[in-house]
Design a binder for this molecule. Sequence first.
Ligand code: DX5
Ligand code: ZN
Length: 223
Amino acid sequence: MASNIKIAPSILSADFARLGQEVAAITEAGADYIHVDVMDGHFVPNITIGPDVVKAIRPHSDKIFDVHLMIEPVDPYINAFADAGADIITIHAEATPHFHRTLQLIRSLGKKAGISLNPGTPVNMIENVMDLVDLILIMSVNPGFGGQKFIPSSLEKIGKVRAMIEKEGRRIDLQVDGGINIETAQNVIDAGADVLVAGTATFAGGPDKYAENIRALRGIKKY
Ligand code: DX5
Ligand code: ZN
């Protein structure tokens, strides 16, 4: 049993009219992290939610709030997301040439810092910030929308980042986001990922299915 795999449901696929209840439902259903996708209509071609919504849903779960910022600029909003109750704040390496400084800022606020790479971005872009990150997020779709198809070349990137993490010799989450379902999940775990973001696959079938959906993803074997 792959008890060391963490499941991070993306609330992008939740019913936004009932967001508090949805967050409570996935918490009850066994989510490890609550993955919050923040989009600005500039860095990515979609607009989702801001810090006030994070603050509003925060009391509905005692799980780790894993906030994925797909916004540019990013620095002016870090404090607001930290204050809203984020536990992990993940930024995109492509969103600022000064991501080293932004990661320092996140850590200075007592939060865990994550760095994310789009499918077209090489892994060597983050080799100089390995000491500043608690999570590395490999995007396996181009960010902006849920329900897209997994990009197979992500597997090679996951393998490379797994090797970088092992060399670092420190606990760093290796998260994958986009197109994760019970088929692709096995491949990303085999490649070295240990945190799976899943929007469509978690919320499929409505609240009665959340626990079963999460269990199915978690049940993938880690060798
Ligand atoms: C994509 C977001 C993802 C997305 C995943 O831009 O970062 O978190 O919601 O959705 P699925 O699991 O449906 O691919
Ligand atoms: Zn995401």
